[in-house]
Write a protein of this length. Structure first.
Length: 355
């Protein structure tokens, strides 16, 4: 049994050693640190010691070599394509779209002239009530640039460790959300949305710590050498395009606000929500439910009642859930063989609306 355990450890170490040597762009001094760790683990394996340190160090090495040190996507610098992407995914919001296009124009111009675009432009902060399209706007920006996208929900950040990581000396330690985002996308230049940054930790002291880390992450003079406590090595975040969102700015520090360009997202009118529901949401939701446009037909006059079944809502999330509920009921009836087509009218609408 001991021999089998040792054999497993040696095989694991050989795999790790090969990965370390093949990791593109791994800094030389960090690579040497990995090699020293592997040598230490090899000595432990020869002595037959299977300590928790073996798991700790091997997991650390796996994490380090998973970081995209050089891998990048190539930006598409096409303003017209950006405009088309915004129009395809978002109805109305002309002022917001224009502000985004102005921002993208600056990025394009700086890059065309060989300058560091992200170091010279502020971070965009979309501010608006829930459901008005802040996240989808960031996704559209990523699609237009052909960048990988990842969202970090700041409402779930309860301590600074979740952003900056915890030292590997602690049990069950791991890197922070920023490094995890790089590993998840596999590139060093994704678009990272820091979503609802005003919700980061409700405790005043912790919130200020998190705001200070965010300032470091978003400041181009500091993020070229961001140090995650778990990795314990400076990592260059200057290629990352950070975008932030918030429902309000009341709890965001002044220093952080100074680093960002605020774009206010207006609430949708009922007429705008009607167009969004009919022309943008419904085709996608039908497809996700496995339905065709012929299997669910909605009488045109019914849309106002679908858009506002329970009263005023500033965004479109509840509207999306309403449409999803309708489609699921229709899908169930078709699968059960009760019908081949549902035609929504004033007489049966109440049945299909969520209770």
């Amino acid at each position: 049994m001991v021999i089998e355990s040792q054999q497993y450890m040696f095989e694991e170490l050989q795999v790790l050693s090969d990965k370390v040597n093949k990791t593109e762009g791994l800094p030389e001094d960090l690579k040497n640190r990995m090699i020293q760790m592997l040598q230490r683990l090899e000595r432990m394996a020869k002595l037959g010691h299977y300590a928790s340190e073996f798991d700790t160090l091997s997991r650390y090495i796996e994490t380090v070599i998973s970081i995209p040190w050089v891998a990048k996507t190539t930006d598409k610098l096409d303003l017209e394509m950006t405009r088309q992407m915004l129009d395809k995914n978002h109805h109305g919001m002309e002022y917001v779209k224009e502000r985004v296009l102005e921002y993208m124009s600056t990025l394009i111009l700086l890059k065309q002239r060989g300058k560091d675009a992200l170091a010279k432009t502020p971070v965009l902060l979309f501010v608006g009530l829930q459901g008005v399209g802040k996240t989808t706007l960031a996704i559209s920006m990523a699609e237009a640039l052909d960048r990988k996208f990842v969202r970090i929900a700041m409402g779930g950040i309860g301590s600074s460790y979740e952003l900056r990581g915890r030292s590997k000396a602690f049990p069950e330690s791991e890197p922070g959300q920023i490094i995890k985002a790089l590993i998840k996308t596999g590139v060093k230049n994704p678009l990272i949305l820091l979503d609802e940054i005003e919700k980061a930790s409700g405790e005043q002291g912790l919130r200020m710590d998190i705001m200070a880390i965010l300032l470091e992450i978003l400041d181009p003079n500091q993020n070229i050498a961001f140090r995650d406590h778990y990795i314990d090595y400076p990592i260059d975040l200057s290629d990352v395009l950070f975008v932030c969102s918030a429902n309000n700015t009341g709890t965001i520090s002044t220093a952080l606000m100074d680093r960002m360009e605020l774009i206010k997202m207006p609430s949708y009118t009922d007429q705008e929500k009607l167009v969004i529901a009919r022309d943008y949401l419904m085709p996608k939701i039908l497809e996700r439910a496995g339905l065709t446009e012929e299997e669910l037909v909605i009488e045109p006059d019914l849309w106002p009642g679908i858009v506002r079944p329970f009263g005023y809502d500033s965004g479109i999330r509840s509207l999306g859930r309403t449409l999803e509920s309708i489609c699921r009921k229709v899908a169930k009836e078709i699968v059960e063989g009760k019908t081949k087509q549902v035609y929504l009218t004033a007489d049966n609408l109440k049945y299909y609306l969520p209770k």
